[in-house]
Design a protein around this ligand. Structure first.
Ligand SMILES: [Zn+2]
Length: 339
């Protein structure tokens, strides 16, 4: 089985090469033929049938077999308003390569990934169904994050990419159709790789949304979200002191070693509370860090950040078990200023 990629003149060589390489890396057991420089097409119509004609012409000229796939990549939209679609043969496809920034709400995702996703999804759909009408009828109108999501609203494309999943029903259909495990295996690997690339980019973007936090260690002072208009972080004095202690230790503090940080806690809490009496400081330390109250304090901190910045961002702010009862805060310390 060959997978043949061709492009219309409006698609850049560099994008075409990137997509070809990606597709070839996912389907490395199949021959991927890249007709880039040999034949290019200038499309003048938006008629989807004309796009398929280009695929057919290519198929004939290159003596391709009926089972080979031809994908025409084009920046042009089409009168069906589809991102990708196929003719009756389920072997000729066009894929629209433009406007992905707006479908994905991001300029940071390299578009060769969503385009390669479409190639994989198209191949799987072709092997799951016998007619293009069947594909249409079985598409999921309500998005499931599956390769069969219809995505009438193209902003739903992002969900498909992030889950890169095949739902239970579609999985059953693939099984019943006895699609070659080799193709399925390579397709699934490809989807997973695309997913991880897209998620990685998302996580990178996320770090730009995090606010710096700062505090001046002095009487009655609070932590602040510097980039959220200096919004004070409304934690009690004990929680604030515990929080600052953990901010000072990016590597985390094992619960059993907490007693080693007594003097540091005295210093921080003493400044925030204006407390100098060592007996009182010691009592606060024992009652809040070396007792069951510690869990309550940590859980108060988590509750606060979950409520204020939402769980997606709070992941970086809360005090949490980083593994082996070593507690810490994930926030990059470049974003922390303690005076
Ligand atoms: Zn499905």
């Amino acid at each position: 089985m060959k997978i043949v990629l061709i492009k219309s003149l409006d698609v850049s060589d560099s994008l075409f090469i990137k997509v070809s390489k990606l597709a070839a890396s996912y389907f490395n057991k199949f021959e991927i033929v890249n007709f880039n420089s040999a034949q290019e097409f200038h499309l003048e119509s938006y008629d989807a049938q004309k796009y398929f004609d280009v695929c057919l012409e290519n198929r004939v000229n290159n003596h391709l077999s009926n089972s080979d796939f031809v994908f025409l990549l084009t920046s042009r939209k089409n009168n069906q308003d589809y991102i990708s679609w196929t003719d009756e043969t389920l072997r000729n496809y066009f894929i629209q390569v433009s406007e992905w920034d707006s479908f994905l709400f991001s300029k940071k995702i390299d578009i060769e990934y969503p385009i390669s996703y479409e190639i994989i999804a198209c191949i799987l759909r072709s092997l799951m169904f016998d007619k293009n009408l069947e594909i249409k009828e079985n598409a999921h109108v309500f998005p499931k994050g599956c390769i069969m999501d219809y995505c009438d609203d193209k902003s739903q494309m992002g969900l498909k990419l992030r889950t890169a999943d095949i739902c239970f029903d579609c999985g059953e259909r693939i099984k019943n159709k006895k699609v070659s495990p080799l193709i399925i295996g390579q397709a699934l690997n490809g989807l997973e790789q695309i997913r991880s690339k897209v998620l990685y980019k998302n996580t990178q973007e996320l770090t730009y949304e995090l606010s710096r936090i700062s505090i001046r260690l002095a009487y009655n002072q609070k932590l602040k979200f510097v980039d959220f208009k200096n919004e004070p972080i409304k934690l009690g004095v004990i929680e604030t002191a515990i929080y600052c202690l953990y901010l000072n230790h990016p590597e985390g503090i094992p619960v059993i070693d907490l007693s080693l940080f007594k003097e540091e806690f005295f210093h921080i809490y003493g400044l925030l509370k204006g407390e100098t009496d060592r007996k009182t400081l010691n009592e606060r330390f024992l009652n809040n860090l070396l007792s069951k109250n510690f869990d309550t304090r940590v859980s108060n901190i988590k509750k606060y950040f979950d409520n204020v910045v939402g769980t997606r961002l709070s992941e970086y702010y809360i005090v949490q078990n980083l593994g082996n009862s070593n507690y810490g805060i994930k926030l990059n310390r470049n974003l922390v200023l303690i005076e």
